[in-house]
Design a binder for this molecule. Structure first.
Ligand code: PLP
Length: 375
């Protein structure tokens, strides 16, 4: 899609995703839970998709729960805390997506001790996680890649800290990693990383909206609020969106073809942009180990004004995290990263995909230079 730089908000479906969606909807129109032949065939197709996704991600099919999106996967994990007989402590990074932060008032209301972890420039410090673990801690939530500035969190280090601490207490601490912006855009080793649960979304990788996934290392770590219907191994009731799931599996396969090569190409594009932006005095809010797919930059204009000026020139960027533009204004994530209110108020997010072309990047750089120089 020409001059589109908001892939972190959503990415248009790829041709392969559309084709597999349509073909599946036509070939398997029935309910995967029905016992007649058409139902059984639909069920087989569902399990094939689960196998495909699991093998690409290096996990087991029974660890793969399809959901209606990352928000639902997050809801399953967080609402499971409400089953616990007595409230404990949860550690949540300040830069989590609203889908997670929305649970904070509810948890507090139920007596949970919610500790917010700092994330300077977007990075959670494993030492801070260590200092805040307590015998009451039940869950730690630190995302894999931040959706506003692309910071790649030290997931393995955080996991090691948690696992070490666990040896001194009697229960397990769930390490939850919202991995929406990491999927197919960075090396993701779920088993090796030691995370217990992770959320994913199809529409961030050119798949359909309304489809996502929850990875769960072990089923007994998380208890769904309701298992109504019993689908998805009792973790997510409701008739499955088979065509959406099959389309997700096919687009994940597509994204993993020459994945590293694609990432390298996008990295070259994003480094070029960063160099150009710095050369005209813009401030980069994506520093250090960040995803090449997301660049956050502050300009001399308020975020909305600058993104509107770019829109007038035909470029789509985000003035924040578009996933939460409808939500009540929460804390500005760039400010939460310690960049200061002024810089946060003038930040825009530019996000790329494997489909982004060199010429689009050149055009965007020219447009930004024109605006910055008053043209
Ligand atoms: N987590 C992150 C980091 C996101 O960027 C998004 C984007 O919207 C979500 C969760 C929610 O995903 P979904 O739209 O699949 O519910």
């Amino acid at each position: 899609m020409l001059n589109y730089f908001d892939y972190a908000a959503t990415s248009p479906m790829s041709q392969r995703a559309v084709t597999s969606y349509v073909e599946c909807a036509k070939a398997f129109p029935l309910n995967p839970s029905s016992i007649h032949r058409g139902g059984r065939e639909a069920h087989e197709e569902l399990e094939k998709a689960r196998m495909k996704v699991s093998s690409i991600l290096g996990i087991r099919p029974e660890q793969t729960i399809f959901t209606s999106g990352a928000t639902e996967a997050i809801n399953i994990v967080f609402s499971s805390l409400l089953w616990q007989k007595s409230p404990g402590r949860v550690l949540i990074s300040r830069i989590e997506h609203d889908a997670i932060k929305a649970f904070i008032p509810l948890l507090k209301d139920k007596g949970w001790d919610v500790v917010m972890l700092k994330a300077k420039k977007g990075f959670v410090d494993p030492e801070e996680v260590k200092e805040n673990l307590s015998p009451e801690t039940r869950l730690v939530a630190v995302m894999a890649v931040n959706n506003v500035n692309g910071a790649i969190e030290p997931t393995n280090e955080i996991s090691s800290v948690i696992r070490e601490y666990e040896k001194t207490i009697k229960h397990k601490i769930v390490f939850f990693s919202d991995s929406v912006q990491a999927l197919a855009k960075t090396t993701l080793e779920l088993e090796k990383s030691g995370v217990d649960a992770a959320s994913f979304s199809a529409h961030k990788i050119s798949g359909p909206r309304g489809v996502g996934m929850l990875y769960m290392r072990s089923r007994n770590l998380i208890r769904p609020l309701s298992s109504a219907g019993g689908q998805e191994m009792g973790m997510r009731g409701g008739t499955e969106n088979l065509a959406g799931i099959v389309s997700f599996a096919s687009v994940l396969e597509e994204a993993y073809e020459k994945r590293k090569e694609k990432e390298e190409r996008v990295k070259a594009l994003s480094e070029k942009m960063k160099r150009e932006f710095e050369s005209i005095g813009l401030q980069l809010n994506s520093e250090g180990n960040t995803s090449p797919y997301i660049i956050n930059v502050s300009t001399p204009f308020p975020s909305e004004v600058f993104s509107r000026m770019l829109d007038d020139k035909g470029f789509s960027v985000s003035s924040g995290s578009a996933c939460s533009n409808n939500a009540k204004k929460g804390e500005n994530i760039i400010e939460a990263m310690g960049y200061g209110a002024k810089r946060a108020g003038s930040s825009v997010r530019i996000s790329l995909s494997d489909e982004t072309e060199d010429i689009e990047v050149d055009n965007l750089i020219t447009a930004i230079k024109e605006i910055a120089s008053g043209k």
